[in-house]
Structures are given as structure tokens and as C-alpha cells.
Design a protein around this ligand. Structure first.
Ligand SMILES: [Zn+2]
Length: 671
């Protein structure tokens, strides 16, 4: 392709981005004026289907806790829950479960699961009160009250926010108009009640998590255009904790003490400024989540993308924990911000959490979950560790009710919502693939032409992705592809022909006429790279995956008097106290071995599709301390009298590990 042609493409892209700033997608629910036009628009629930290993994850959920929580967890069992009119829990647990069950049911098109969803949705719709209130009845006999008051917790604004997300997803799949009526009534009720009973009136959680409420208000506005919704949105933003200031300023960087912020609130609060930006159009709101992520990384950051927060924010020592709720909520924050901002930084981050953190925090059968995970995790045992909350020493074991049960209900949204965010409609009626995994999508593009795209890939393990196009007739539209920040030399072939491409803000746009059978082949070469973390420890990454030391695992099923269900402890069967030699790091001495095929369940020790070989050395005085690794050795010379010698060590994807070192000491002075 000539130089002239290349410049021509840049020019077209520039025009396209100008057009994008004003255009709004013609076929799907998208921002309406005066809200900012969004570059990407989510597609109806059920139009994106997972394939391969990702389909297997959803099927495991169907056969595991997600599909059966109502026969396992008494709180959401039968008609006991307050959200089904029962005397039981009136707070977040039922809605949390539904927030993951709903996308699972409609993505898998599973009638049994759909019936479970409808039971809860119908109850909320049928029992909405005259004044617009919906949800559990307040003032039930024996209902929990807010400490120090007679105020019934049933009326808390917070769990309603979760149920609003459920109802939005249910509508996205079914277009059941009763949802719109319920929301309209409820938002009018909120507008009337909030001045006297603000978000923080019942519990502080609602004031921290107002962004979840706000985004559904905008969603309804985009359907009905009712102006009072924008007034309500301003009110909700005013009553929500000031995340823009907190994320933008130095507060998150405070040490001694760390800021008293709850880990899950941070994961959820992160998106609030970007949500409100749609109305405020204030760049301070737009930039706040980005700045907040930088601060979190600097002071609390782990190589796996999470931050130390075992209840409160707790620094970046890799023996601190991160909660499963934080993982799925920060994923949802990225999924919420990506279509509004078009900032592909959030897509990179989303993949980092989804492909590293999420797979390790549940067992292979999706029947047990881990409350806190540690980036350097050498034992998963029922014993006390240095976390802000002890929970009977059960924080890291794989159990049902172990740790704290919020995650037992909230974990279900992780995989299904990832599927739902693999493709978007673009503002100029094309399609975008911004997050990669095996899948297919059906949608309407330019002038309403129906299009199906099949995405075939071994990503995130393999670096090639093939898209096969099936439009009902030949049609022109732009196809957006993300180039991850870690990828230096992306390649695109169309029908086997290598294309000259322009990457603008990590985006490739292929705007052309597409016909039946067209194929786009995207190659994202993955190179091994290292980065520095706590105590100058070293992390090894390749593409979207972080790598951890392969440690042989001994899984033991245990019971005790504290928990009704059994749980799993995992002990190491091979030594873990390895550093990586300075020479290997400096020479980038990492040999990568990739399996030919990806197992249906790639996320375990046995099926790990990739091994990286490098030179490491045991550090004899790096010993266990209270179930953790002891103090992280700083980079240092290893005296030969300790008997230390360099040897080949194996690293596997972090998401395939249960026990691991992922932030390695550097060992100097050994070849
Ligand atoms: Zn939780």
C-alpha cells in the first residue's frame, strides 16, 4: 500500500472520530441528548454467545452454585427471602444472586434458569406499592433494624440498586414493558423521598454505591426521555460519596494510616464519575477513574491487577488479600465505563482481572469460592492471617459460607457479564470487538442489515483471533478492533491478505464493504515482559496473562463445627521459596511452551496451556510465617554457603494456579 493510501486512512479515521462524537447508534438503547453520545453501545442480552472454554465456564456455573444457590443457601431458598415476600433477608443477597443468574439464564437460553429469574422479577413487579416503593416490605415482624434506631433496614436504598441492574438486564433480554413502568414509578418515588431520606439515610453502603443507581436512571432516560430523570440523576450524584475528588486527589495515596475505604466500595465507586460524566460533561469526572486506578496501583497495587483490600485498603504486600466481590465489581465498573468513554485502557484492565484473578477464586466445579486471594499464596488453610477481618480464619479456604457470604451471592455476575461485553454496536452503526474470547454475535449494522460474526480463538492463551462475517447481504460498516497496550506489532489480514493498518488510540477501524464469508485475522504477538512491585519484586507477564510459580497442590476436603458445608484446604507439595535470577531478568531469559490445544477447563494446574521456563533459585531463609510467605526478600546477593544454586523453574498462567508466587524476589550473584 502506498504512503498516500496510508495517510488517506489516517484522515478517514480522524473524520470517523469526529462523526462518532456526534452520532448515536440507530438500533440499540444508547445515550440521548443532552447526555453525551457514547462511542459504544451494549447489545441486547443473549445476542452474544460464548464458545469453547468460555462457554464451559458458564455451563459450570449453570451446573454449580449459580444454577443451584436456591437449594444450597437458605437465605435465597424457597419463599424465605424478603424479596419474595418472606420473613428472611431483605437486603442484598437475593438481588446479588439474580444479578449473575439473569445474564447466565439468557445467554445460555436456559428455560429452567429463566423460570428462577422470573419468579423474583415478577414478585418485585407485582408487589410494587402505590407510592412507587418496590422490594421487601418494611416493618415486618422481626425485621432487622439499623443499630441504635428503630429504622427497618428493608427500606435501604442499596439493595434496590442491585435489583434495578437485574431488571435492566431482564428487560434487555425480554423487552418486558412492565420493567419500564416499575422503574418509572420507583424513580418518581426516589425523587420525592430522597431529599428527606438521602442515600446514606439507612446505611452508608447506598451513599458509596450511588453510581449503580445512577446508571439505571440514565438507561431509563434513554428509553423514555422523561426530563425528571435528569433531575433525579443530579440528586443521586449529590448524595453519593464524592468519588471524583477522592479518586482524583492524594487521599488514596495516604499511608500510616491507609484511607479507611472498603475494598468493594472502591471497586464500585470507581465508575461513578464516568457514569455522571454523561450528564456533567466535566473532564474532571471523566479522568477521575483513570487517576484513581493509578493511585491504587501505586500504593495498593498487585501484579494481578487488583489492589490490597482485605476489607479496608491494605497496601501492596502480596500476602494481603483481594476480595472476590472486588474482582467482579471492578470488572463491572470497567464494563460500564468502556462503552461510555471508549477508553481501551479499561478493556485491557478488564481482561487482566477476568483472565488472571477471576478463574482462581472459584473451584473447577464452581461449587466453592474463595473470599480473599493472595498474589503470593503458598497455603490455603483455615488459620488466621494478617487481614483486617479474621472471619474465623476462613478467609482463604475454598468454601460455601466461609469468609463472609457476600461473595457467595455476588460472584455469579463475573463470567456472564464478560460475555455480554465482548462486542458492542458503534455510534456509526458498525460493530466493535474490544475484549477477546471465543464467541459469536448477532446484531444489526448499517441500515439495519443483520450480521453474524463468529470469533474463533485460543485467546487469552494464543495470539491469533479469527472473525468470520455472515451479513444477510453485502453491507458497508466499520469494524473496530482493540490493540492491547502490551502489543507492539499487531497484524491484520482480510481474506488472507496482509493489510497496512493504522492504530489510533489503540484502535484499528476497518471500514469497508463486507460480504458473506469474509474473514479478518488479527494477530497480537505476545512477548514476555517483566515489571517491578512490592520490595522491587518481579512479575512476569505475556500478553494479557500474568505468570506464577508452578507449585504442586494437595487439595483436602475438610469439615469443622463452624461451617455446615465442607471446604477445601490446599497445601504445597513442592517448594515455593524461589526467586528469579537477576541474569534471567536482565537477559529476558524466558522460554515459552504453548500447548497445541486449549482444554475445555484450562484454568487449573493440570491443564495449564502455557509454561514459561526461566532460571530461579531457592532462598533458604524465605520461610512460612502464619500461613503466608515470610517477609519478602529485597533484591540481594545470595551467598553460596547457603547452598543456593540456579535451577530451571516453571511458571504457568496465574489463572491456572491455586498456590503461587507471582511477585518474585530477585536473586543476585548466581548464573
Ligand atoms: Zn464479597
Amino acid at each position: 500500500m502506498s504512503f498516500y493510501h496510508k495517510v488517506h486512512i489516517v484522515f478517514l479515521c480522524f473524520i470517523a472520530s469526529l462523526v462518532t462524537a456526534q452520532e448515536r447508534n440507530n438500533f440499540y438503547i444508547t445515550n440521548q441528548a443532552p447526555l453525551v453520545a457514547q462511542p459504544y453501545t451494549p447489545l441486547p442480552l443473549g445476542t452474544i454467545k460464548p464458545k469453547g472454554w468460555l462457554l464451559n465456564m458458564l455451563e459450570l456455573q449453570r451446573d454449580g452454585l449459580t444454577g443451584h444457590l436456591d437449594s444450597i443457601y437458605p437465605v435465597v431458598m424457597g419463599d424465605q427471602n424478603g424479596w419474595l415476600g418472606g420473613p428472611g433477608d431483605s437486603w442484598e443477597r437475593g438481588p446479588y444472586w439474580l444479578d449473575g443468574l439473569t445474564p447466565l439464564a439468557y445467554i445460555l437460553d436456559d428455560d429452567k434458569l429463566k423460570a428462577k429469574v422470573k419468579k423474583w422479577v415478577n414478585w418485585s413487579i407485582k408487589h410494587q406499592r402505590e407510592n412507587g416503593y418496590f422490594g421487601p416490605f418494611p416493618n415486618k415482624k422481626g425485621a432487622p433494624v439499623i443499630p441504635g434506631t428503630q429504622q427497618d433496614i428493608s427500606e435501604d436504598w442499596w439493595p434496590k440498586m442491585v435489583m434495578l441492574k437485574v431488571l435492566q438486564q431482564y428487560y434487555s433480554a425480554t423487552e418486558d414493558k412492565r420493567v419500564l413502568t416499575l422503574m418509572d414509578n420507583y424513580f418518581k418515588y426516589q425523587l420525592k423521598e430522597l431529599p428527606a431520606k438521602p442515600l446514606g439515610h439507612y446505611t452508608y453502603w447506598a451513599a458509596r454505591r450511588g453510581g449503580d443507581n445512577l446508571q439505571i436512571v440514565y438507561w431509563l432516560y434513554n428509553i423514555t426521555g422523561e426530563k425528571y430523570l435528569l433531575q433525579l440523576a443530579d440528586l443521586i450524584h449529590e448524595q453519593t460519596y464524592n468519588w471524583t475528588d477522592v479518586l482524583s486527589g492524594d487521599f488514596l495515596r495516604n499511608t500510616n494510616p491507609y484511607p479507611a475505604l472498603h475494598c468493594v466500595n472502591v471497586a464500585q465507586g470507581l465508575k461513578e464519575p464516568a457514569i455522571y460524566y454523561q450528564q456533567s460533561k466535566d473532564t474532571a469526572d471523566l479522568k477521575a477513574p483513570y487517576k484513581g486506578l493509578q493511585s491504587l496501583k501505586a500504593v495498593h497495587g498487585f501484579a494481578n491487577g487488583m489492589y490490597g483490600g482485605d476489607e479496608g485498603l491494605h497496601g501492596n504486600d502480596p500476602t494481603q488479600g483481594s476480595e472476590l466481590c472486588s474482582a467482579v465489581e471492578i470488572m463491572y465498573s470497567f464494563e460500564s465505563m468502556l462503552p461510555i468513554t471508549g477508553d481501551l485502557y479499561y478493556a485491557d484492565y478488564l481482561e487482566k482481572i477476568a483472565f488472571n484473578v477471576l478463574p482462581t477464586q472459584h473451584d473447577d466445579a464452581f461449587m466453592r469460592k474463595q473470599y480473599f486471594q493472595q498474589p503470593n499464596q503458598v497455603k490455603v488453610t483455615h488459620e488466621y492471617r494478617n487481614f483486617y477481618d479474621a472471619h474465623g480464619g476462613s478467609n482463604t479456604v475454598y468454601g460455601v459460607l466461609t469468609g463472609y457470604p457476600c461473595c457467595l451471592s455476588n460472584m455469579h455476575q463475573g463470567w456472564p457479564k464478560l460475555v455480554q461485553n465482548l462486542f458492542y454496536a458503534t455510534a456509526d452503526d458498525g460493530v466493535a470487538a474490544l475484549v477477546y474470547a471465543p464467541a459469536q454475535v448477532e446484531l444489526k449494522v448499517n441500515e439495519g442489515v443483520n450480521l453474524k460474526i463468529e470469533e474463533k480463538t485460543g485467546y487469552p492463551f494464543k495470539d491469533e483471533i479469527e472473525f468470520e462475517f455472515h451479513p444477510e447481504k453485502e453491507v458497508q460498516f466499520p469494524f473496530h478492533l482493540r490493540v492491547p497496550a502490551w502489543c507492539k506489532n499487531p497484524q491484520v489480514k482480510i481474506n488472507g491478505n496482509l493489510q497496512e493498518i493504522t492504530v489510533t488510540n489503540n484502535l484499528i477501524v476497518l471500514d469497508r464493504k463486507w460480504k458473506e464469508g469474509d474473514r479478518v485475522h488479527l494477530k497480537l504477538p505476545m512477548e514476555v515482559r517483566t515489571s517491578l512491585w512490592y520490595e522491587k519484586s518481579v512479575a512476569v507477564e505475556r500478553g494479557p496473562l500474568l505468570y506464577g510459580l508452578k507449585i504442586e497442590e494437595d487439595w483436602q476436603e475438610k469439615t469443622n463445627d463452624l461451617w455446615e458445608d465442607s471446604f477445601y484446604e490446599v497445601e504445597p507439595k513442592s517448594p515455593w521459596n524461589y526467586g528469579i535470577t537477576q541474569k534471567s531478568i536482565e537477559n529476558s531469559d524466558f522460554k515459552v511452551k504453548i500447548a497445541d490445544s486449549i482444554a475445555e477447563m484450562p484454568w487449573n494446574l493440570k491443564n495449564a496451556p502455557i509454561t514459561i521456563y526461566t532460571q530461579g533459585a531457592q532462598i533458604p531463609y524465605w520461610e512460612e510465617y502464619e500461613g503466608n510467605t515470610g517477609k519478602m526478600p529485597a533484591p540481594q546477593y545470595q551467598p553460596r554457603e547457603l547452598g543456593t544454586k540456579a535451577e530451571t523453574i516453571e511458571l504457568i498462567p496465574y489463572g491456572c494456579t491455586t498456590l503461587r508466587i507471582s511477585e518474585f524476589p530477585e536473586v543476585q550473584g548466581l548464573d
